[in-house]
Unconditional design. Sequence first.
Length: 220
Amino acid sequence: MTNAVKQLHAVKAKIANAEREAKQAPGAVTLVAVSKTFAAEDIRPVIEADQRVFGENRVQEAQGKWPALKAAFADIELHLIGPLQSNKAKEAVALFDVIETVDREKIAAELSKEMARQGRTPKLYVQVNTGSEPQKAGIEPREAVAFVKRCRDVHGLAIEGLMCIPPADENPGPHFALLEKLAREAGVAKLSMGMSGDYETAIAFGATSVRVGSAIFGNR
Ligand SMILES: *Cc1c(COP(=O)(O)O)cnc(C)c1O
């Protein structure tokens, strides 16, 4: 068993425990294994250990390793969790099954166009910059609900959830609580929040999926 597979099992056990404590059904929380910077040969054993949902933060990097893995394992669900440039919308729609980082009008318009052109319908989340950090992607919290509505009404996009990355140096709890509140106001069901350092906390705040990289694959 590779180290990553051992750590996958440990993370899954902690998720199961956090689900129990949050009074969620077993398996209610989806584990998105974040494989960015790791090669196909590191990822493959994790797939063979029955993990099927993965996250990558760069379109180009994902294009280098995932088409072959997806061909080998038909039921992979690949999430884009990094910022999306509008000139990469075409490639993103072609490769990803979930795009978690819709955060501005231009991206919504490009995705809408590409989805119609390719006949593919990746699931979509809106990224919210809960800490209003200038260097971070995501829509401002005060604009999030109206943006979700515009995605639906103007661009014809079904938004399934919200995603956030809390500031690294802050207690994440209030950010998770804010995302949960915004999702309720926007009428979306899914909450992508929590990473290696705080996924159990995120589950306590209602995460429906957690994005865990280094706790599975090791340090980058
Ligand atoms: C890299 C990354 C993660 C995983 O981070 P870890 O701390 O390694 O678990 C989660 N979400 C996003 C958006 C990332 O870019």
